[in-house]
Write a protein that binds this ligand. Structure first.
Ligand SMILES: N[C@@H](CCC(=O)N[C@@H](CS)C(=O)NCC(=O)O)C(=O)O
Length: 217
C-alpha cells in the first residue's frame, strides 16, 4: 500500500507553499509535518538536521524516499504523479526551458525571498543588494512575459503552465513584503492573475486567491 506523502512544512514559507500549491493543482493528497521556522528555528534542530543536513525547508518523505529542495521536489512530483506530463513536458526543448526557470526560481529565493526574510523575519541580509538583484530579475521576467504574450505564450516556459510557473510564483507574489513593489511590472502582474485563476489554486498568508485580494492589481 502506498503511504501518504509527508511534507515538512511551515505555513509562512514560500518554498513550502510551492509544494502545497502544486499538490493542490494536481489533487495529490499529502500530510503536513509542522516545522516552526520562525521564531522556533526548528529547521536547525538536531532532529531536523538528521532529515535535512542543510537545515532548510521544504523536505518530503514519499514512502521512505526523502528529498529536499523545492525545485527538485517539484520535478520529482511532476515526474511521478502527473502521468500526462502536463506540468513537466516530455519534449526535450520544452523540458530544457522548464529547467531554466527552475534555476531562476532559486535566484528569486536568494533575492526577493531574502528581502522578505529581512523585512518580516528580522534576518541580517544586505537589503539593498537583495532588492536590486530582485528588480534586475523581475525586469528580465517582465520582458520575457510581455514578449511571450504577443506570441500567445502566456506562461514562463511557453503555452501551458508548468512547474516553472509554480516555482517562480510564490516569491514574486510575496515580493512587496520585502519592499519590492510590482507596480512597474504589468506583465508580471497579469501572469500572477493567470496563476491565481488556475483550477484548484490555493493561496497562503500574503497571497490571496483571485477575487478576494484586498488590493487587486
Ligand atoms: N534551495 C532551497 C532553499 C530553501 C530555503 O531557503 N528554505 C528556507 C525556508 S523558506 C530555509 O529553510 N532557510 C533557512 C536557511 O537557509 O538556513 C529550496 O528551494 O528548497
Amino acid at each position: 500500500m502506498h503511504t501518504v506523502i509527508k511534507l515538512y512544512n511551515d505555513e509562512l514559507s514560500g518554498n513550502c507553499y510551492k509544494l502545497r500549491l502544486f499538490m493542490a493543482l494536481i489533487d495529490l493528497p499529502y500530510e503536513r509535518i509542522p516545522i516552526n521556522f520562525y521564531p522556533g528555528r526548528e529547521h536547525k534542530s538536531a532532529a531536523f538536521l538528521k532529515i535535512n543536513p542543510f537545515g532548510q525547508l521544504p523536505v518530503i518523505d514519499d514512502g521512505g524516499y526523502v528529498l529536499r529542495d523545492a525545485q527538485a521536489i517539484l520535478f520529482y512530483l511532476a515526474t511521478r504523479y502527473d502521468p500526462e506530463q502536463r506540468w513537466l513536458p516530455a519534449d526535450a526543448q520544452a523540458r530544457g526551458r522548464v529547467a531554466l526557470w527552475l534555476a531562476v526560481a532559486e535566484d528569486i529565493t536568494r533575492s526577493a525571498s531574502a528581502a522578505r526574510l529581512h523585512d518580516a523575519f528580522a534576518y541580517a541580509f544586505d537589503i539593498e543588494a537583495c532588492r536590486s538583484v530582485a528588480h534586475r530579475l523581475f525586469a528580465h521576467i517582465e520582458d520575457h512575459l510581455a514578449d511571450g504574450e504577443i506570441l500567445g505564450d502566456e506562461w514562463l516556459a511557453g503555452r501551458r503552465p508548468t512547474i516553472a510557473d509554480v516555482a517562480c510564483f510564490p516569491y514574486i507574489a510575496l515580493a512587496p513584503e520585502g519592499g519590492i513593489p510590482l507596480d512597474r511590472y504589468p506583465a508580471l502582474r497579469r501572469w500572477i492573475r493567470r496563476v491565481k485563476a488556475l483550477p484548484n489554486f490555493i493561496g497562503m498568508p500574503g497571497i490571496f486567491a483571485a477575487g478576494i485580494d484586498p488590493q487587486p492589481f
